[in-house]
Design a protein around this ligand. Structure first.
Ligand code: HEC
Length: 132
């Protein structure tokens, strides 16, 4: 019994430590540069991604507005956020973003984001997708 309680306390301490060392992500400094570099070519006012889906990465407001069908970010939950699923290879190859799969739209034109970039965006969403 005592051992079990100790183990529980250990786990709780570990979780607190993990949470504490998690970086505080900034939209302006961390997220926007990734979107500008890898998404803006298509998701700017005249880009094909914006013209087809309505999604525009020009500003925090347009990112949060989402597509013509509605938001693609659910503050606080990356796994409920379409945007995250599209960049983290969770979606069908044809709709992964940036399009990089052979079956991508349009075929193979973007480079996939790195694991670190995907994690940065995921953490930003989990931390509330703030305009910070
Ligand atoms: C080479 C051009 C291109 C790049 C680069 C690109 N996209 Fe797209 N994106 C598109 C096109 C075209 C569509 C519309 C596809 C469709 O409706 O099937 C789209 C659609 C989307 C959608 C809407 C999907 C839906 O289900 O409605 C989101 C969200 C999105 N892109 C996010 C991103 C993000 C985030 C990046 C950068 C990491 C990115 N895109 C990079 C071309 C691009």
């Amino acid at each position: 019994m005592a051992a079990r309680i100790l183990r529980c306390i250990g786990m709780v301490a570990l979780i607190i430590q993990l949470t504490a060392c998690e970086r505080d992500i900034s939209f302006a400094n961390d997220v926007a540069p990734i979107l500008q570099l890898h998404c803006a070519e298509c998701h700017s006012p005249d880009g094909e991604g914006k013209l087809t889906s309505g999604f525009d990465v020009s500003s925090y407001a347009t990112v949060m507005q989402g597509t013509q069908l509605g938001p693609v970010i659910v503050s606080g939950s990356r796994i409920s956020s379409t945007l995250y699923l599209l960049i983290d290879h969770k979606a069908a190859p044809e709709i992964q973003m940036p399009p990089h799969h052979l079956k991508g739209l349009p075929a193979g034109r973007g480079e996939p984001l790195t694991e670190e970039q995907i994690e940065t965006i995921g953490l930003w969403i989990d931390q509330g997708a703030r305009d910070n």
